[in-house]
Write a protein that binds this ligand. Sequence first.
Ligand SMILES: Cc1cc2nc3c(=O)[nH]c(=O)nc-3n(C[C@H](O)[C@H](O)[C@H](O)COP(=O)(O)O)c2cc1C
Length: 184
Amino acid sequence: MPQATLVGLCGSLRADSFNRKLMQDAARRFEAAHGGRFVEGDLRLPLFDADLEAQGMPEAVTELADRVRSADAVLIACPEYNKAPPGVMKNALDWLSRGKGWPMEGKPVALVSATAGRAGGERTQYILRLMLVPHRAQVLTHPEVLVGQAKEHFDAEGRLATESYAQRLDELLARLHDAVSAAA
Ligand SMILES: Cc1cc2nc3c(=O)[nH]c(=O)nc-3n(C[C@H](O)[C@H](O)[C@H](O)COP(=O)(O)O)c2cc1C
């Protein structure tokens, strides 16, 4: 099959985000092992407001939806805020449900998370799975990549430094690649 395009969505907006590091390291690993291309979707969107929507879809939303629609697979890196995904992610998913069709429909989706807490975002991933149900995506179930106590597991370049997590991530990415190949 031709090289896959992977779109990454990160639920943290902060510059030094561990979830963005995890997403970018996953992108590097995917490209090294399977080739392909990575693009990031920008989740800096206005808050969903039906009055705003009635004036026309914001450009940033159209751009995000187009990136997701034209990708072969989706990688979501999502923090855990108060035992759930942050509003940034919910807002993006709500906007993505409002344009033409369902941009994630049928696409393989891999979830990863990094948190300060020890559980690594297990609760955020579980809730995110439910939030993705309306989007008709094919969300991979395993292996779960849950990087708890995140600051201990990245090196100075922002790469995953703990071998057991890196192996899990590689396995998840291999399954994502297999799912893209099966759909082609
Ligand atoms: C509002 C808020 C709520 C948080 N709630 C949780 C939580 O429920 N569980 C957890 O493990 N960490 C929690 N944290 C800590 C985050 O895991 C930590 O800030 C993490 O680095 C955020 O991801 P990022 O580095 O990608 O921005 C919370 C942080 C914030 C700002």
